[in-house]
Design a protein around this ligand. Structure first.
Ligand code: GDP
Ligand code: IMO
Ligand code: MG
Length: 423
């Protein structure tokens, strides 16, 4: 077996949490390499629902090591909350099952406040961020004014760096008409939580390297989705990290040739939360999903925008990530429909195109060209093998995987761990 990268092939919320939980059974180590607590990965085990934000979804399987790599941005207060919530559900965190990179950057309250103020000041042009401070925290990292987790463990150094950072952040906050941050209170709060997580913080490059040398299998857990990638997504309506497969290497310090295969998670339809172009968005699909109580954000509770499966997008995601295998989730969401639409190309200013334009203004003008497929109008949620799926459901899966250009590996027919079909 080879090390696996799991990416989202759409706009996030593809069901990665569930797929990671399933794949974790096959590996020894699960590594998160980008994003922060903007992610919300749902895993349902024995009717118990967990929503993982910063901690890899692999944590729910016993005996596995989870790693939060250097590419992740960490709000340590949110991290401690998550650790405490898991402990309350009998998932105890210690340095045997979770290690965190000392090079991961910290998210501070001023990042959240600036995130929010930028959104408010943009008005109708807002991105629709999760307001977790993710963009400003990555901004600081790239501008070389960020503070790393390892520095939090050195009180004198941390104090000095935070003082300078707060001074500048307060100028920005005042510019937005906001109250300044009180340095002392923030310093104490962070030093305190730093002590709590100290045993988990290390150079995780070596942790992962040693695991590989020992022949252990690694799963890289992607957060967000391909079209939220800061370089390849629908910029500026994206998140601030590289969500595509390459991010697994830079965000963990693992060399590219150590990646064996790439699995892409995608829903059998499409959803997006937040602003930005979404060619196949459709009111009928949204009404169907929301009427079943599905497609509300796991982090912010926002209703997700819904639409038909977009193979123009997923085909490009296959190219960008080198997706070998597909995990198609939420097939059961389409069970009741007599006919389904699948977007096979776009029409842009009278011309048919098969690759999404990289410019959002152009993408916003794209009109989907649909192929139709017959529905199956039968519940799939009890199917446990590919053969048990209705013939039209199998035909639909074949169609969307062929159009995307990768092999089908997994099919999700319900929220729970058991409702997964290995193809
Ligand atoms: P992630 O961010 O990619 O991990 O996805 P989320 O957890 O944010 O959103 C996916 C939603 O779909 C969650 O509510 C999951 O429990 C749910 N889900 C995942 N796979 C399936 C599936 O095959 N069927 C159904 N009904 N729900 C699923
Ligand atoms: P998971 O890992 C879906 C979206 C936000 C917004 C944009 C920027 O659960 O798939 P940010 O707070 O990151 O600056 O917001 O990205 N977004 C997600 N959408 N799933 C996610 O994560 C997301 N993380 C961020 O809604 O449009
Ligand atoms: Mg999610």
């Amino acid at each position: 077996m080879a090390n696996i990268v799991l990416v989202g092939a759409q706009w996030g919320d593809e069901g990665k949490g569930k797929v990671i939980d399933y794949l974790t059974d096959e590996v020894d180590v699960v590594v998160r390499s980008q994003g922060g607590n903007n992610a919300g990965h749902t895993v349902v085990v024995d009717e118990k629902k967990y929503i993982l934000r910063l901690i890899p979804s692999g944590i729910l399987r016993k005996g596995k090591l989870c790693v939060i790599g250097n590419g992740v941005v960490i709000d340590p207060i949110a991290l401690w909350e998550e650790i405490s919530e898991l402990a309350a559900h009998d998932v105890k965190i210690n340095s045997k099952n979770l290690l965190i990179s000392e090079c991961a950057h910290l998210v501070f309250p001023f990042h959240r406040m600036i995130d929010e103020q930028r959104e408010v000041s943009k008005g109708a042009q807002k991105i629709g961020t999760t307001r977790r401070g993710i963009g400003p925290a990555y901004g600081d990292k790239i501008a070389r004014v960020g503070i790393r987790l390892g520095e939090l463990l050195q009180p004198e150094l941390f104090k000095e760096k935070l003082q300078a950072r707060v001074k500048e952040a307060n100028l920005v906050l005042r510019g937005f008409g906001q109250k300044p941050i009180i340095f002392k209170a923030l310093l104490n709060q962070y030093l305190e939580v730093g002590e709590k997580i100290r045993p988990l913080i290390t150079n995780t490059v070596l942790t992962v390297h040693r695991a590989m040398i020992a022949g252990k299998e690694i799963l890289f857990e992607g957060a967000q989705g391909t079209f939220l990638d800061v370089d390849h997504g629908t910029y500026p309506y994206v998140t601030s990290s590289n969500t595509t497969a390459g991010g697994a290497c830079t965000g963990s310090g693992v060399p590219p040739h150590r990646i064996g295969r790439v699995v892409g998670a995608m829903k059998a339809y499409t959803t997006r939360v937040g602003e930005g172009p979404f060619p196949t968005q459709d009111a009928v699909v949204a009404e169907l999903m929301h009427s079943m109580g599905r497609e509300y954000g796991s982090v912010t509770g926002r209703a997700r925008r819904c639409g038909w499966f977009d193979s123009v997008a997923t085909r490009y995601a296959q190219i960008l990530n080198g997706i070998d295998e597909l995990a198609v989730t939420n097939l059961d969401g389409l069970d009741s429909l007599p006919r389904l639409k699948v977007c096979v190309a776009y029409k842009l200013e009278g011309k048919k195109i098969e690759v999404p334009p990289t410019c959002v203004q152009q993408l916003a003008k794209c009109v989907p060209i649909y192929a139709e497929a017959a529905g199956w109008q039968k519940s799939t949620s009890d199917a446990r093998s590919y053969e048990e799926l209705p013939p039209n459901a199998r035909e639909y899966l074949r169609l969307i995987c062929d159009l995307t250009g990768a092999k089908l590996k997994l099919v999700g027919v319900g929220q729970s761990r058991a409702q997964t079909i290995l193809v």
